[in-house]
Design a protein around this ligand. Structure first.
Ligand SMILES: Nc1nc2c(c(=O)[nH]1)N[C@H]1C(S)=C(S)[C@@H](COP(=O)(O)O)O[C@H]1N2
Ligand SMILES: [Mo]
Length: 534
């Protein structure tokens, strides 16, 4: 009793460092998986790992975020979640080691870890009290799993014997019955505990994921016919590797600050128009569908798109002209900013004069003939041609506020991105791929070019630093839509060759060769590629 060093006597043994660390990791995994399962039923965004990840996103300084987007591209989200997981599991391993020595301290640390996650989840702007439940589940299950695993690793029976009731100080070793713990029993106990916990983690995680997917499927929604639609999209160029003239929904780039997409029920969704208006109004989804809809072909670009990058897509959008909605509310004369808010509290600000200058600014419900996918803002988003997404294309829209730049600052503006960001004239080479080996003879170089609200008039190519040569353009689907282009290049000389593309808009402005990075108002410079001719 007085001597608790147990090396000399038979009975419970202190698990080795590796085993204890493994127990910490396993216990946390089970806890998180159960938290994920609970969150799938309450609110998927409240899953502990996602909650921590989202907070990390919001707190990340702009330069770091820029660096991450530049280096990881669209993989930035999985990499972020992966990093949060790695850090969490390293902490869990340490907690396991602590718990093997001082059980209560270890369990308390594990609970503290879950509490931190819970607090971060609760700090999210849209979280409700229910969002604490997944973290509580994580804490309880994680602590229980750790306690149980350490029992097994100490050579104690997996089911505590009832005969020992009443021992005041609770230690893993309390239920020890000297003599029952051979090395074989320990190993078997550890194997069983490991198997049970791993299976529990896998099953809870998988069921949670399945429930989330099932609950977020969009049912049948009959979209209205537009009263005014662009003519059918002309055929695009049939060239191997060129961007399709219309980007299919599941290939459309996705950029947002959300780790898990907000799940919005369209039947309870509303759009409020408030601020400097004559009559504040609130519109339901059905009321929105009853308004006159138009359908427009518009190319969208993200400000984070690097020269030659993939953050650009072109689709046919079905929606209500933004000005029809603003007119219903009656805009006052003080506002200079249209502040749009998403269901998760994310905000975007658009210069009011840009939003209302006659361009096809839309409150959108349909994308390429289907309801908006959740990734792209279901049930309702904005699309404003000619400015980057972060200043006009609010997804999961729920509020439009007429305000001033003096009074309100939106998410990205607060992080020092430009308040007004027109899309720059851009062109991109799609084929051949960078560093490709091609045969001498005819090589088709092709790609896309865009200058929304102005339109592309001309695309030129420069081979090996020579003269600029005009290329052929694909069909014209309006000034807000990109144009495909191609050039049949005759090349006989083997070796390395490079080519550069530039576009000119309808106003005669030539794409600049001045290189700028995306921050703070969009990249510029010319796209160049090199190939090896055999
Ligand atoms: N609610 C919300 N809307 C948002 C964003 C966001 O993070 N949250 N990101 C914006 C940015 S930066 C861009 S480029 C576009 C991207 O739209 P997409 O994902 O449908 O391509 O959405 C915009 N709308
Ligand atoms: Mo963006």
């Amino acid at each position: 009793m007085a001597d608790s060093t147990d090396s000399a006597r038979p009975g419970p043994r202190r698990p080795g460092v590796l085993l204890a660390a493994a127990g910490g990791v396993l216990a946390t995994l089970v806890g998180m998986a159960v938290g994920h399962l609970v969150a799938s039923i309450t609110d998927p965004a409240a899953s502990p790992v996602l909650g921590v990840g989202s907070t990390v996103i919001d707190l990340t300084p702009t330069p770091v975020k820029e660096w991450a987007v530049a280096n990881f591209g669209t993989a930035d989200k999985p990499i972020l979640i992966g990093s949060v997981l790695v850090v969490t599991l390293l902490l869990s391993a340490a907690i396991g080691v602590v718990a093997a020595r001082r059980l209560r301290l270890g369990l308390a640390l594990l609970v503290a870890l879950a509490v931190v996650a819970g607090v971060l989840v609760l700090l999210r702007p849209t979280s409700g009290p229910l969002d604490v439940v997944p973290a509580v589940a994580t804490a309880v299950v994680g602590a229980a799993a750790l306690w149980w695993f350490l029992r097994a690793a100490s050579g104690l029976p997996l089911r505590p014997a009832r005969t020992h009731g009443g021992s005041g100080s609770h230690d893993v070793m309390d239920d020890a019955t000297p003599g029952t713990t051979s090395g074989g029993a320990t190993r078997r106990g550890v194997l069983i505990a490991t198997g049970v916990l791993a299976a529990a983690a896998a099953v809870s995680g998988a069921v949670g994921q399945w429930v989330t997917v099932a609950r977020t499927r969009i049912g049948n929604i009959a979209l209205p016919k537009p009263v005014d639609a662009d003519p059918p999209l002309p055929d695009g160029l049939d060239i191997d590797g060129i961007s399709p003239f219309r980007t299919p929904n599941d290939e459309f780039y996705r950029v947002d600050v959300n780790l898990s997409v907000p799940v919005v029920d369209h039947e309870s969704w509303t759009l409020t128009v408030d601020g400097d208006v004559e009559n504040e109004l609130t519109i339901t989804f059905d009321e929105l569908l009853e308004m006159d809809m138009v359908e427009r072909d518009i190319t969208m670009t993200c400000v984070s798109n690097d020269v030659g990058g993939q953050y650009v897509g072109a689709a046919r959008w079905l929606g209500v002209p933004l000005t029809d909605i603003l007119d219903r509310a009656g805009v006052g004369d003080r506002a200079d900013q249209l502040l749009s808010t998403a269901v998760d509290g994310f905000t975007i600000s658009t210069p009011l004069d840009v939003a209302t200058d006659g361009r096809d600014a839309l409150v959108v419900v349909g994308m390429n003939g289907e309801p908006l996918p959740r990734d792209h803002g279901f049930p309702v988003r904005m699309i404003i041609p000619g400015i980057y997404g972060y200043v006009g294309s609010t997804k999961w829209l729920t509020k439009l506020t007429l305000t001033t730049y003096a009074d309100d600052v939106a998410y990205w503006t607060e992080r020092d991105w430009a308040t007004d960001a027109p899309v720059k004239i851009s062109s991109r080479i799609d084929v051949p791929k960078s560093g490709a080996e091609v045969d001498a003879g005819e090589v088709v170089i092709a790609g896309v070019a865009w200058a929304q609200t102005r339109g592309i008039a001309k695309v030129e190519i420069q081979i090996d630093g020579g003269a600029w040569t005009e290329v052929e353009l694909g069909a014209d689907a309006g000034v807000d839509y990109w144009r495909q282009w191609f050039y049949r290049w005759q090349v006989d000389e083997p070796g390395r060759h490079s080519f550069t593309v530039r576009a000119t808009d309808v106003d005669g402005e030539v794409q600049t060769d001045v290189q700028m990075r995306p921050f703070p108002e969009g990249s510029s410079g010319l796209h160049t590629r090199a190939v090896m001719v055999a």
